[in-house]
Ligand binder design. Structure first.
Ligand code: SIN
Length: 191
């Protein structure tokens, strides 16, 4: 799979017949909402968990020194809670560009907090994408994040804003919080 998945995503689903489409966000899409939406609601999807296993060449790192950002990994029995946005299909033009570094769109069922369900799209960077970094110790991931920066800013900002966004949703993600615990002492060393 090429580094840039924009063209692939455009062909994966024809959204032109939809009046609106639900988008499930679990990472930066929770805290950086740079697109118009019709409504939003916390939601969860079954069988997936967040992992900082995806490389970032375009936002929180560079091709030479990729940062580490989130993808979803299949984890039976786990539930991932995030924010769902109902958007006009043309918003995917912007989203495909933003999520172009290895993410593919998949349709998934999602459940809202009142128990109702909807089908929507989620961007997942699967392990066969060229920027995938894979599993590492959470302490090593924290060090990697502390050392990374890209066109969208520091990699630490991604992790801290995400962790704060999850707290606002009432979600404690053990993987995210373990990395934050390792990261915080490193930040105090900064001038
Ligand atoms: C998402 O937030 O749902 C996708 C991954 C990211 O942009 O951080």
């Amino acid at each position: 799979m090429p580094h840039d998945t924009t063209a692939i995503n455009k062909q994966r689903q024809d959204l032109s017949q939809h009046e609106s489409v639900w988008l499930f966000g679990y990472g930066s899409l929770i805290y950086k909402v740079d697109f118009p939406y019709l409504e939003r609601q916390p939601a969860s999807i079954e069988g997936w968990s967040r992992r900082f296993w995806q490389g970032s060449h375009d936002h929180r790192g560079t091709p030479e020194q990729p940062g580490r950002v989130l993808t979803l990994i299949k984890t039976p029995g786990e539930r991932c809670t995030g924010m769902a946005y109902r958007v006009s299909p043309d918003v995917f033009e912007h989203l495909d560009h933003r999520e172009k570094n290895g993410y593919l769109r998949f349709f998934t069922p999602m459940t809202f907090t009142d128990g109702t369900q909807a089908e929507g799209l989620v961007y997942i960077a699967t392990e066969d994408n060229a920027a995938f970094l894979g599993e590492a110790d959470e302490a090593d991931i924290a060090k990697h994040i502390a050392d990374s920066v890209g066109p969208s800013g520091k990699n630490t900002e991604y992790l801290l804003k995400l962790s704060d966004g999850l707290a606002e949703l009432g979600v404690t993600d053990p993987h995210v919080e373990a990395i934050r615990r390792h990261l915080e002492p490193m930040l105090q060393d900064e001038p």
